[in-house]
Design a protein around this ligand. Sequence first.
Ligand code: ADP
Length: 260
Amino acid sequence: MALDDGEVPAIRFDRVEKQFGDHVVLHDLDFTVRKGDRVTLIGPSGSGKTTILRLVMTLEEADGGYIYVDEQPLTHVQRGGRRVELKEKHKNEMRKRIGMVFQQFNLFPNMTVLENIIEAPVHVLKAPKAKAVARAHELLEMVGLPDKAGAHPTQLSGGQQQRVAIARALAMEPEILLLDEVTSALDPEVVGEVLSILRDIARDTDVTMLIVTHEMQFARDVSNRVLMFDGGRIVEEGSPEQIFSNPHEQRTKDFLSAVL
Ligand code: ADP
């Protein structure tokens, strides 16, 4: 995808390779996400989508190639033909700019909802506690849980826990929000409430979103670009209208006919 002159992309993958043991999961992967883009990654299970999010979140490291956020290297650079790891301090600075919401919520079970949301702003961003608390209440309002600040995660439904996880990710004011199958662990009747909040966030903020989902209608509504993966490679990319209404590649057609 072409960038405008001088445009700095939110995320850039440059010949990224990732393997687990001798299983190559991502092959020489190049792609660029523009600031404010909402990019959905689709494709069969095992095609490498979650690995891409985990690489951006620095939960995994690439074996080859480079990943840039805002054109700054995420974890390592090439110097004199050698791979050089960047300092932990740099990696932590980069991590602060990225939020992730997981399939399994991953809330801290021994903390209240409020404590979950203010934990990173207070301890990582060093925000004043009163300010973090005020922002947490605003975020709880935004995700439709204004009266749950004092609850513990186990007292909440799956949909409510996921809404808290979204509030927690946004409390870091991330430039990039990674959403990994955020509705897959939910009962069908609460999927809609979580997707509706994400639609609001997409409408009301300019956060860059990289989304892995099996909810094709959501992908269609929220994203401006769709990348279709198979076997760790991009098979096809385009607007949601093109990919969902007029896919060109046989593998995209087969995948969509299996999931739609
Ligand atoms: P997707 O999100 O498209 O389903 P993933 O990125 O989760 O695909 O996985 C891609 C491949 O990498 C799969 O074959 C998966 O089994 C493998 N994989 C992912 N994480 C690990 C890991 N930590 N150890 C070993 N293999 C892994």
